[in-house]
Write a protein of this length. Structure first.
Length: 128
């Protein structure tokens, strides 16, 4: 990954909360990022198998991402995602430009299988 330097630092992350998987594009840096693009090493579907997630405009047309900002989208219920045997090992190549025009690129690999067996309480359930 790129060295920690002042400027933008854009990552792609998968988050799990109460049985729901989300995809997040986040600028961890101190400066805005331009022309953000995310390319995945393989296709994968979400939203009950109805949407090819790697083809979302979010991953090819994000023109500006302010410092400290993120864009989040629902991937799927984790049970539905795993039941369809969607890929669990995904590599994302994140590229973007700094305000000075410097092109930056990071490669991030995620293993979604870590979420397969996590226990959670559904929304509204009590733990008592």
């Amino acid at each position: 990954m790129a060295e920690s330097a002042p400027g933008p630092r854009v990552i792609l992350d998968f988050e799990f909360e109460r049985g729901v998987l989300s995809i997040v594009v986040r600028n961890l840096g101190e400066l805005p990022a331009a022309d953000v693009r995310v390319e995945f090493d393989k296709a994968f579907k979400g939203l009950g198998g109805t949407r090819e997630m790697n083809r979302l405009a979010l991953f090819s047309k994000l023109r500006f991402l302010a410092p400290g900002r993120e864009v989040r989208t629902l991937l799927d219920a984790s049970a539905a995602y795993f039941a369809r045997n969607e890929p669990t090992l995904l590599t994302a190549t994140v590229s973007y430009r700094s305000p000075a025009g410097e092109r930056r690129r990071d490669v991030i690999t995620h293993d979604l299988s870590i979420y397969r067996d996590l226990a959670y309480l559904p929304e509204g359930a009590t733990d008592a």
